[in-house]
Design a protein. Structure first.
Length: 226
C-alpha cells in the first residue's frame, strides 16, 4: 500500500468518529511527508527537535507540527516560533520555559501533559499525582502563553491487549476527572492523545480522540540498536 492509500483509508476510519490522525513521520524523508501531505494530511508529529526543525523548513507552511518526544528546556527556543502543539510536557519547569518562549514569539502554545501510564521504566511522563500537583500550583496559574489542551499517554509495549486496555481506560478516567476539576469552563481542554500503530483500535475504544500513527502510514522504521 502507498502512503497516500494508507492516509485515505485511515481518514475514512477516523474522520466519521471524530478521531484526529497525527502522522508520525520520525526517521522518514521529507518526500514521504510530502506524499502524505498531497493526500490531504496536515497533522505531523516528530519526536526530536532537530528533525522537526529540518522538516518544517522543507515542507509546506500550513502543516501543523506536533512534538511527541521528550523536550529539553534548552531546545524550546528552536520550535517556539512555529510549533502547533507540544504533546510531551512532563514537568512544570518545561511548561514555564515553553511559556517564556511563547511570550517572546507573541504566541500561545498548545500543550498536552504527558501522563505516565506504562509499566516500563523508560517512558517519560507525569504520574497522576504529579499532574494534579502541577495543575494546582500557583506557578501554573501565572502562565499566560501556554494552553493545556488535554493529555497524552503511551501504553506499555506488550502483546497483552488486556493490559493496554486497562492503561488506556485509566488515562481516560483520569482525563475526565481532570476536566471536571480543573477545566470545567474551558472547552479547549478536549484532546486525549492515545494510540499508536499497534494499539490504536484499543485506544479509540477506550475514548481516544487523537491517534499517533507512524508505521501504519509510512511503513516500519529501522529498529533502534541499544
Ligand atoms: C514513534 C511514536 C509513535 C508512532 O509509533 P508507531 O508504532 O510507528 O505508530 C507514537 N507516539 C509516540 C510518542 C512515538 O514516539
Amino acid at each position: 500500500m502507498s502512503i497516500a492509500n494508507n492516509i485515505s483509508n485511515l481518514k475514512k476510519e477516523t474522520e466519521p468518529i471524530g478521531v484526529a490522525l497525527l502522522a508520525v513521520s520520525k526517521t522518514k524523508p521529507a518526500t514521504d511527508l510530502q506524499e502524505a501531505y498531497d493526500a490531504g494530511q496536515r497533522l505531523f508529529g516528530e519526536n526530536t527537535v532537530q528533525e522537526l526543525v529540518e522538516k518544517q523548513e522543507q515542507l509546506p507552511k500550513d502543516i501543523e507540527w506536533h512534538l511527541i518526544g521528550h523536550l529539553q528546556t534548552n531546545k524550546v527556543k528552536y520550535i517556539a516560533p512555529f510549533i502547533s502543539m507540544i504533546q510531551s510536557v512532563d514537568s512544570l519547569k518545561l511548561l514555564q520555559e515553553i511559556n517564556k518562549h511563547a511570550a517572546k514569539n507573541n504566541r500561545i502554545i498548545d500543550c498536552l501533559l504527558q501522563i505516565y501510564i506504562a509499566d516500563e521504566e523508560t517512558k517519560y511522563g507525569l504520574g497522576f499525582d504529579e499532574a494534579i500537583e502541577l495543575l494546582r500550583s500557583e506557578e501554573y496559574t501565572t502562565l499566560k502563553n501556554i494552553r493545556i489542551r488535554g493529555l497524552m499517554g503511551i501504553a506499555t509495549n506488550t502483546d497483552s491487549e488486556k493490559q493496554i486496555k486497562e492503561e488506556y481506560y485509566e488515562l481516560k478516567t483520569f482525563f475526565d476527572g481532570v476536566k471536571v476539576s480543573f477545566f470545567r469552563k474551558e472547552v479547549s481542554f478536549d484532546i486525549l492523545s492515545m494510540g499508536m500503530s499497534s494499539d490504536y483500535k484499543v485506544a479509540i475504544a477506550q475514548g481516544s480522540n487523537m491517534i499517533r500513527l507512524g508505521s501504519t502510514i509510512f511503513g516500519s522504521r529501522p529498529k533502534k540498536t541499544a
